[in-house]
Design a protein around this ligand. Structure first.
Ligand SMILES: *Cc1c(COP(=O)(O)O)cnc(C)c1O
Length: 210
């Protein structure tokens, strides 16, 4: 990543076994555009490019429209974030027949997580009521943007997020922020052991009405 946490696709050249990126990325929330993803796919037509869209429904543009043209693209999704159903342990993949066929062929021997029938039923119900989740995702994104603006006004350095969380660097030390908020029973994350974000705090966005 660059200094402001953007994934730099110019580093993704040369030989490798495959590419996997999260878009939006975690724990920054930064989003790559479809144009940039297209360029990446074109540069790697001979390998699988997996785009993890765990957070895509909080405002990003999905890469689904690129599937028609690029059969090296595979998109993964989860019900854990946008549908708040992490306990179900259900996710899904979207890809070309060619890639799905490979997964079908190996899934019974390498997939350690079978989706149980209860989880399958509940995930199906969630999909059938997706309007509800669209609304809640919009509320979460609204809170995120409002919160980001306010933090910036307070002089924090805020990473522009398209996910349901915000990474931001306070003027105080992260430890001071953590402890001050903890006294108010507000719990945030900070990452003292991760060099590049050790001065940043991570906030999770909720859907609370303001
Ligand atoms: C949460 C998350 C997932 C999926 O997690 P599961 O709960 O195991 O479905 C995948 N990728 C990213 C980047 C995530 O944050």
């Amino acid at each position: 990543m660059t200094n402001d946490f953007e994934i730099d696709f110019s580093n993704y050249v040369g030989e490798c076994g495959g590419i996997i990126i999260a878009n939006p990325n975690a724990s920054t929330g930064r989003l790559k555009s479809l144009d940039e993803l297209t360029e990446l796919l074109r540069a790697h037509l001979d390998m699988v490019v997996i785009v993890d869209e765990a957070y895509i429904n909080f405002g990003g543009q999905t890469a689904i429209s690129l599937l028609d043209k690029y059969d090296n693209l595979f998109i993964t999704r989860t019900f854990s974030k946008d549908a708040s159903l992490a306990g179900l342990r259900v996710g899904y993949g979207i890809g070309s027949r060619r890639l799905i066929a490979v997964m079908e062929a190996v899934k019974n021997s390498v997939n350690p997580y079978a989706v149980d029938s209860l989880a399958e039923t509940l995930a199906t119900a969630a999909v059938e009521d997706w309007c509800y989740y669209e609304k809640t995702c919009q509320q979460v994104a609204g809170t995120r943007d409002w919160f980001s603006r306010n933090l910036a006004d307070l002089g924090w350095k805020v990473v522009t997020s398209q996910a349901n969380f915000v990474l931001a660097k306070p003027r105080q030390t992260t430890k001071e922020v953590f402890e001050a908020l903890e006294r108010k029973h507000i719990y945030v994350r900070y990452f003292p052991k991760v060099e590049r974000i050790k001065d940043y705090c991570g906030f999770l966005s909720g859907r609370t009405r303001r």
